[in-house]
Design a binder for this molecule. Sequence first.
Ligand SMILES: [Zn+2]
Length: 200
Amino acid sequence: MAYKKTEHYDEATTSGLMNNYREVLGLIGEDADREGLLKTPERLAKAMQYLTQGYQLDAMHILNSAKFHEPASEMIVVKDIELYSMCEHHMLPFFGKAHIAYIPNGWITGLSKIARVVDVYARRLQVQERLTVEIMNAIRDSLNPLGVAVVIEAQHLCMMMRGVQKQNSVTTTSAFDGEFHKIPTRDEFLKLISSDLSRK
Ligand SMILES: [Zn+2]
């Protein structure tokens, strides 16, 4: 899913962040006045607001904005949703894919809305475990489906660049609700997201 670029930045927030980032540059041993860094505090201030815009977004509003009555009761799976977030412990990125399924109970929502809900919670300071559960809860509360399943596979730069330097480890988290507590339903979902049908 493509990321929509939001270009609205709060002026007071931007200037507050810029002042702090200038200081950070000095503290790490840089010269904030050298040419290459002159605009860095402003760029970083805007990037940080972009990366945390999820705080301003409302998942229920997004899901309910394209909610349709529909008698379908087969599992709906949206897999390989690109995900970029930041860990709340180091404010370093973690990124990967989310796979989401739900079994409707009279209501469905637009497939793109499912992907947007991932952004709502990913564009905040997060831990992968909570991100997984928050996405599940939003879909459950909006659509009241027979079941919801969320699996996230992600790589964490705080592990890859620092600390243990486990360069290729992937963290997988999952959350299941309703029908997905039943082993056959869960197995069908896991089989669907691990199939290679749609992969290049
Ligand atoms: Zn971290």
